[in-house]
Design a protein around this ligand. Structure first.
Ligand SMILES: [Zn+2]
Length: 571
């Protein structure tokens, strides 16, 4: 699953509740990393499926086994694959493994040159340490030090940027009409660089900026959007020292000096033509030097809620230099043609991302982020589905594409690349089932993201019951998981899609945070239950089969926000 960058920013720049969670991630590590925990043995090998399933499907269903699922996960999450980072040798080995499985199941290779590979062209960009940021003090441009004084939060597009801008101070940089609060009132920020400080108006009243909890308005990316909407073309966030009680500057540096990967020559994933910088509090002093305002007073005013915007007669100069590195990776595509002369032109796509985040900061001496749950588990499920469908004595009516995608962790890039370069027409692509993190959580049921949005919901509900599980409602809607994995690339094209996921409940979320994007997400993760994983994959098999053979292709629930997305794309 993709950790959204702006979401992270909420934690960092808000410096409130979320930081504590983040800090847990960085410092505490998890006991699950302990290799002594044995791999859970399959809890159940017999099929949980009821007897009224037609005999013809039985062998196919039975081929989805907990031992196979475990075997795939063990391979994909091995240290040898070094966390399957996009563009890495480990990811290449994973792709090779998946393609050899597809070959074994007799899927048709529909990638390039008779292979299973669809090359995904990517660009990696990194802010150069030679980037410059200068503040005017008494008529002179004084340079700040990259990393020490300033960090680039939203890197500009591939070519970098060089600008000189007038500064304007926008207090918290918030516009919130429901609270009758507007830092931009009577300010003309057009063509200027706005300055805002971290945080939001202090309040004890839950009905005003959620009291002492962080509201959405404290989110740094929300502040940048507000600045942009008002016509600014750069935004500078000043970190208030209080934030360091929660996270060190080194921790913030770590996040913002990482490289960023986008689809090559793609404005939509490259980033905006809008520079966003954050400053260390010490550099904040320089920002206000010579304005007749004292940064100490501004900090105090932010704390007591009396902070006010004001005009500034000084400039900044930025020269943001971007280093580009072109990389390639692959989606892996295997095809099973449908049996019906008419309906075989329609395609159901099953997806799972096989990449993870690679090697990173060591936690308890372990630096390999194996990504067993995220997403060796879903990839394993994808291969088991491919095998099961290939074993059916009679092919399903509609065609099926099994697509293991890359670079999901970089922003759903493999699936975005696919919808920009589809192997089969999107207009004939009738459904997507996405597998991302399965076999963990409450083993009595599964949460199905998108269940209420289309007729796929009825199919999966019936299938889940068929295998003896129940549907768990999404208890964490604020995580917006529906918008955070590869099915969403298809959703945006108007293709009905669901992600039948893990059995995550609110009370279990603390466990989730202990391994999510951590080295401890390895095969020894004691939350894995391969018997449960088998049942959830069998449910997806049944639902997929029913969709493939149904008279009509799936449709959106009337009124859903994506109901008309397909027509909108075709116009
Ligand atoms: Zn992930």
């Amino acid at each position: 699953m993709y950790f959204r960058f702006p979401f992270l920013l909420l934690f960092i720049v808000a410096g409130l509740v979320g930081i504590i969670i983040l800090k847990d991630h960085l410092d505490e590590g998890v006991s699950a990393a302990n290799k002594a925990v044995p791999v859970k043995t399959p809890s159940e090998e017999t099929s949980a499926v009821r007897e009224d399933i037609p005999k013809t499907h039985f062998a196919a269903l039975q081929s989805i086994s907990s031992s196979d699922l475990r075997r795939h996960v063990v391979f994909l999450a091995d240290d040898v694959l070094q966390g399957r980072d996009t563009g890495s040798r480990g990811a290449r080995i994973a792709a090779l493994y998946i393609s050899s499985q597809f070959d074994k199941f007799g899927l048709r290779p529909v990638g390039e040159n008779g292979s299973y590979y669809q090359t995904v062209y990517l660009n990696e960009k990194k802010i150069s340490a030679d980037s410059e940021f200068k503040i005017e003090i008494d008529g002179e441009m004084v340079p700040l030090k990259y990393k020490v004084d300033f960090l680039v939060v939203t890197p500009p597009n591939q070519s970098g940027m060089e600008v000189t801008r007038d500064l304007i101070f926008t207090a918290f940089g918030i516009q919130a009409s429901e609270y009758d609060y507007d830092d931009f009132k009577n300010l003309d920020v057009k063509g200027k660089a706005t300055i805002y400080v971290s945080g939001e108006p202090p309040s004890d009243d839950e009905k005003y900026f959620r009291g002492n909890k962080a509201s959405q308005y404290s989110n740094g990316s929300a502040k940048r959007r507000t600045a942009k909407k008002n016509g600014a073309d750069a935004a500078i966030g000043v970190v208030l020292p209080e934030l360091f009680e929660q996270i060190s500057w080194a921790g913030i540096q770590n996040f913002y000096t990482r490289s960023k990967i986008s689809l090559r020559n793609d404005a939509a994933t490259e980033g905006e033509d809008f520079a966003a910088i954050i400053l260390h509090p010490d550099a904040g002093e320089l920002l206000f030097a010579g304005t007749g305002r004292d940064f100490a007073d501004i900090k105090k005013a932010a704390m007591d809620g009396t902070i006010q915007p004001f005009e500034m007669s000084k400039k900044i100069q930025m020269k943001l230099i971007v280093e580009n590195n072109q990389i390639e990776d692959s989606n892996v595509a295997g095809f099973l043609e449908g049996s019906d002369a008419e309906l075989k032109s329609e395609v159901i796509i099953f997806t799972a991302h096989y990449d993870h985040v690679g090697i990173g900061t060591p936690v308890k001496g372990d630096s390999i982020y194996n990504g067993a749950a995220d997403n060796a588990s879903g990839t394993s499920g994808l291969m088991e589905l491919a095998e099961a469908f290939s074993l059916l004595p009679e092919r399903p009516k509609r065609s099926m594409l099994f697509l293991a995608v890359t670079a999901e962790e970089k922003g759903l890039l493999g699936s975005k690349f696919y919808v920009k370069n589809p192997i089969f027409p999107l207009a004939k692509t009738v459904a997507n089932f996405n597998l991302d993190m399965i076999g963990i959580g409450d083993t009595t049921g599964v949460v199905v993201y998108g269940i209420e949005r289309s007729t796929l919901g009825d199919m999966i509900t019936k299938a889940v019951q068929e295998v003896g599980l129940e549907i768990i409602p999404d208890e964490l809607p604020e995580q917006r998981i529906f918008y955070r994995s590869d099915h969403f690339s298809f959703v945006k094209q108007g293709i009905p899609s669901i992600m039948p996921g893990f059995g995550i409940r609110r009370e279990w979320f603390a466990n989730f945070n202990k391994f999510y994007h951590q080295p401890s997400d390895d095969v020894n993760l004691f939350y894995f239950d391969f018997g449960y994983m088998k049942k959830s994959v069998q449910a997806i098999f049944l639902a997929g089969l029913w969709v493939a053979n149904a008279e009509k292709s799936p449709t959106w629930t009337p009124g859903d926000e994506f109901e008309h997305a397909r027509e909108a794309k075709q116009e």
